[in-house]
Design a protein around this ligand. Structure first.
Ligand SMILES: Cc1ncc(COP(=O)(O)O)c(C=O)c1O
Length: 453
């Protein structure tokens, strides 16, 4: 059995494209045989790791790779505070949400305190972001009596049956639901001179009208508030207000998917929706929440949750277990103690500027954008037409990997480098990223234009 070629993943391992050596080939064959054809590996020459430490991943030969792609272990791999919290709780008590336990309540208090100025009043826990979005959708259906969903054109919200139907980035092989409408992602770089807020609001209004014309009542507009699969689209801050108002006027809920932008990544604030001045009905969270321990969930207004809570009980065997809650609490405390939200802003600004400086040397860099420690670098075949250069992007991703720096790519044209390092990234590591990217671009494009700015 061989791995399937995946045209929807720009950095997927494609059998036969690069020489991986006999040992790795045997490991891949064993993995394919055991795990079957649905899994994917990353990079032309896949990687195996045996240890993680801070921003580094270490392979069996002891080679260190700077991990600027993994936004799960966002405090750094094996952060001692989280490891110790897990160890202590696992050695004391592991139970579920059907018993009273203080850790989940302290976690809820901390999370709900992080969303001042909203009406978000309750925390519900899941194990994955997909489950959180699945639950949000169930809640939205009960609250609104509708089923219609609006998402952006290359969004990813998860893998369950319901959620994969509103995750268009999974590609043409996964059907969108008949109750789902996509709107163009708000791509500022491709919308010169346009009023992006007005355009996005209008697109959502058109989608609402189309749902209604097909007899489908809207249930929710769900957006990743940093549009991380659509190409990392942070600006201009505030442009989502009109769209959120439009879905509410149509009787639907506004759901902010914070699975990627949340927990301080955008710098300056804990959540991506706060940058946009929004008051969501539901906020879904996950990924970095346990620094690797599987914990996710949602925060909802009482109004959004009330009817759902009356009609159906909620139990999720592992979600909200005492060990995962202890890990999440340690994450919250560490973000505060190490001042990581401010750090994401300052170190992120340096990273953004450093990469933007490379645009003077590399014609292929069309746009560099980001906020906090999330940066997108759009690679184009031609700066005038802004045509995507997917092949170059793939070469750059693999050239970075070969030089020991791990990142990936996203967006509708598969041509935006996706950079999301841990929040503990140091300034020296920023320099390493910038110089390595410079080298990788020279190799991948075959040339550079001049001196770095
Ligand atoms: C924005 C967003 N929402 C939801 C999910 C699903 O989370 P999980 O993989 O934990 O199910 C992802 C995962 O990549 C995501 O990026």
């Amino acid at each position: 059995m061989t791995s399937t070629i995946d045209l929807n993943m720009v950095n997927a391992y494609i059998p036969g494209r690069a020489d991986v050596g006999p040992e790795m080939a045997a490991q891949i064959a064993r993995r394919d045989a055991l795990l079957g054809p649905a899994y994917r590996l990353m990079y032309e020459r896949p990687l195996q790791f045996v240890r993680g430490e801070g921003a580094w991943l270490i392979d069996p030969q002891g080679r260190r790779f700077l991990d600027i792609y993994n936004n799960v272990t966002s405090l750094g791999h094996c952060h001692p505070a989280v490891v110790e919290a897990i160890r202590r709780q696992a050695g004391t008590l592991q139970t579920n949400t059907r018993y009273i336990h203080d850790t989940i309540l302290e976690l809820a208090e901390r999370l709900l305190a992080s969303v001042p100025g909203t009406d978000l009043a309750h925390l519900m826990l899941t194990c994955t972001g997909s489950e959180a979005n699945d639950l949000a959708y169930r809640m939205a259906k009960v609250r609104t009596g509708g089923t219609g969903i609006i998402v952006t054109e290359t969004a990813y919200h998860g893998f369950t049956d319901a959620v994969s139907q509103f995750s268009p980035s999974l590609g043409a092989g996964v059907d969108l639901g008949a109750h789902v409408r996509t709107v163009p992602a708000p791509r500022l770089y491709h919308a010169e001179g346009a009023d992006l807020a007005a355009r996005f609001t209008r697109d959502v209004e058109v989608a609402i009208a189309d749902l209604k014309r097909h007899g489908i009542k809207p249930a929710m507009l769900i957006v990743d508030t940093l549009f991380t699969s659509d190409g990392i689209l942070p600006d201009p801050a505030g442009f989502l207000t009109g769209a959120a108002d439009a879905i509410r006027a149509a009787g639907g809920l506004f759901v902010a998917d914070e699975v990627q932008p949340g927990f301080g990544r955008t710098g300056g604030q804990m959540w991506g929706f706060q940058r946009h001045g929004l008051k969501p009905d539901v906020v879904t969270i996950g990924k970095p929440m346990g620094n690797g321990q599987p914990i996710a969930g949602l925060m909802a207004t009482h109004d959004a949750l009330e009817r759902f809570g009356q009609d159906s009980r909620y139990f999720n065997t592992f979600a909200g277990n005492t060990v995962s809650c202890a890990a999440a609490l340690a994450v919250m405390k560490t973000i505060e103690r190490e001042d990581l939200i401010v750090r994401a802003d300052t170190v992120g600004t340096k990273l953004n500027k450093g990469i933007a400086g490379l645009a003077n040397r590399h014609e292929a860099i069309g746009d560099v954008r980001g906020v906090g420690l999330f940066v997108g670098v759009e690679l184009v075949a031609d700066r005038a037409t802004r045509a995507p250069d997917r092949a170059l992007t793939s070469r750059v991703v693999n050239a970075m990997r070969d030089r020991g720096v791990l990142l990936s790519a996203c967006a509708i044209g598969h041509n935006v480098l996706k950079i999301r390092p841990p929040l503990i990234l140091t300034e020296d590591q920023v320099d390493l990223v910038v110089t390595t990217l410079d080298d990788a671009l020279i190799e991948a494009a075959g040339h550079a234009l001049g001196a770095a700015a």
